[in-house]
Ligand binder design. Structure first.
Ligand code: PLP
Length: 352
């Protein structure tokens, strides 16, 4: 069996629903590049308000939000401090080196989260030998480490430390709404410590495309120049911005279902032979588990799971698998996937 029956690869595999498509169809549009698309303008206002910032900018992707924010904050040669698992370091094709001309300086956090002390240790005072640390970037929730939520106090103490050094704080909030739904802490409360922050519509929120970056008016003015420079400025983009509006109006609270499903999956596979899952680490929509005890690598296990059971997962590390429920994936689907994972683990154990 090679067809994908249940896809737990990522929350990016969500497809726009019929209702979202209809809403997109009906969107009022104009020339976005000239600020004349009413739907884009509305979405930008919604995001600025949601994140408690002066202004926001609609962009095609989260990657472009990170790249533009870092390019606005940095001059060539500056350092950007982030966790070793952070998206700009591992999944953006070295963009910050090309566009901002900056040096990405990774530190080793726990579950993608580092402390104010680690920032203090990493930051060297500016000298003739070292360009300043210009930005510290934080991922909420942490993607690779499995959807972990930065505790707000830790986030705050990191940002206060960063400010002591006169550097900027940037939040990669691809899944900020997952943190908000899980903790009840408002997105604007998390965002308050940051100079720039963005959310992605194309993950668990279920839109086919789009993200929005927020900050001060001056920051967004410069971000607009980068958007234009990179060819990210569009025309009748209201068609796609409408999906973002629909997502914010209908798909935020339901993220709680994905969180429940991720926990359900964790609890169903936790006693399978050779599998280790720490249910405490299932904080949002990702279930991360180790297959080390099966003797297989994550890729070998994932290949067999796909070919023998039609269940697709991702393999962020050599023995770590990540499974992500999302909009359109039911509790029953998760049960089937859990049975498949347990079945495969049992089969491997028996053949030893
Ligand atoms: C997905 C993701 C991005 C990039 O967003 P795209 O919309 O896929 O470009 C950046 N950071 C994190 C943490 C992500 O999960």
């Amino acid at each position: 069996m090679t067809s994908v029956r249940i896809d737990l690869y990522s929350d990016t595999v969500t497809k726009p629903t019929k209702e979202m498509r209809e809403f997109m169809c009906a969107a009022e549009v104009g020339d976005e590049q000239r600020g004349e698309d009413p739907t884009v303008n509305k979405l930008q206002e919604m995001v600025a308000e949601l994140l408690g910032k002066e202004a926001a900018l609609f962009l095609p992707s989260g990657t472009m939000c990170n790249q533009i924010a870092l390019a606005v904050h940095c001059r060539p040669g500056n350092f950007i401090l982030l966790d070793r698992s952070a998206h700009p370091l591992i999944s953006e094709a070295g963009g910050s080196a090309v566009l901002a001309g900056a040096v990405l300086y990774p530190i080793d956090g726990k579950n993608g989260q580092f402390t104010a002390e680690q920032v203090d240790e990493a930051i060297q005072p500016e000298s003739r030998y070292q360009s300043p640390i210009q930005v510290v970037s934080i991922e909420q929730t942490t993607n690779r480490p499995g959807g972990c939520i930065w505790p707000i106090e830790q986030m705050k103490s990191v940002c206060l430390k960063v400010r002591e050094y006169g550097a900027y704080c940037h939040m990669d909030g691809a899944r900020l709404m997952n943190a908000t739904v899980a903790t009840g802490i408002a997105a604007s409360e998390y965002a308050a410590f940051f100079d720039s922050v963005w959310i992605d519509f194309s993950k668990g929120l279920g839109a086919p495309i789009g993200a929005a970056l927020a900050g001060s008016k001056a920051f967004i003015h410069e971000a607009w120049q980068w958007k234009q420079r990179l060819g990210g400025a569009m025309r009748q983009a209201g068609i796609i911005a409408a999906a973002g509006i629909y997502a914010l109006e209908h798909n935020v609270d339901r993220l709680a279902e994905d969180h429940r499903n991720a926990k359900l999956l964790a609890s169903r596979i936790t006693s399978a032979p050779g599998i280790t899952v720490d249910p405490l680490v299932v904080e949002t929509n990702m279930c991360r588990f180790s297959v080390k005890g099966t003797g297989l690598s994550s890729k070998e296990f994932a290949n067999r799971l796909l070919h023998e059971h039609g269940v697709r997962v991702s393999t962020p590390e050599r023995t770590i698998i990540r499974a992500i429920p999302y909009l359109g994936l039911s509790e029953a689907d998760v049960e089937v996937a859990a049975d498949a994972i347990c079945g495969l683990a049992n089969k491997i154990a028996e053949s030893k």
